[in-house]
Design a protein around this ligand. Structure first.
Ligand SMILES: [Zn+2]
Length: 162
């Protein structure tokens, strides 16, 4: 009897890999964030990336970060990956689920994460640590009993030919 493969990817690598791959769908020239929501028994429930709402054309809406007219910046239009993943899920409740995301959630996504019943957040990058948005997210997660911890990078590189 053959022994099983030993170099298979871990659950954490699998789900963070799916989150990062989802982020590659983003049209945002500056920020690509991806998210993967997983049940307690490690089944993928939903995925998302930062982008415009359905029907809002990637060609017609602005992707600028700055500008005198706020209506010509991306901020008023884009939906973050976490909210997209939550809203993309049409299967029922996300109660008790885990959320893998490539960037620590902003305060608006934190509210949606808490209200959807997600109980654990595993994040990769936290480059906005110390900002009011991230501080507010942590305060709300702590109050609501949502656990959060950084993903432990393994250094594994995966090449996929597409
Ligand atoms: Zn957000």
């Amino acid at each position: 009897m053959a022994n099983k493969r030993e170099d298979y990817i871990s659950w954490d690598e699998y789900f963070m890999g799916v989150a990062i791959l989802s982020g590659q769908r983003s049209k945002d020239p500056n920020t690509q964030v991806g998210c993967c929501i997983v049940s307690q028994d490690n089944k993928i429930l939903s995925m998302g990336y930062n982008g415009l709402p359905t029907g809002c054309s990637d060609e017609e809406f602005p992707w600028n970060r700055e500008g005198e007219d706020p209506l010509e910046t991306k901020y008023v239009y884009t939906v973050h990956s976490e909210l997209n993943a939550i809203l993309n899920y049409r299967g029922g409740s996300l109660e008790g689920a885990k959320l893998y995301v490539s960037l620590f959630p902003c305060n608006e996504c934190a509210k949606a994460i808490i209200q959807s019943g997600i109980k654990e957040v595993i994040y990769d990058c936290n480059k906005y640590k110390g900002t009011p948005s991230v501080a507010a997210s942590m305060r709300m997660f702590d109050a609501a009993g949502v656990k959060y911890h950084p993903y432990k990078r393994t250094g594994r590189k995966i090449e996929i030919e597409l």
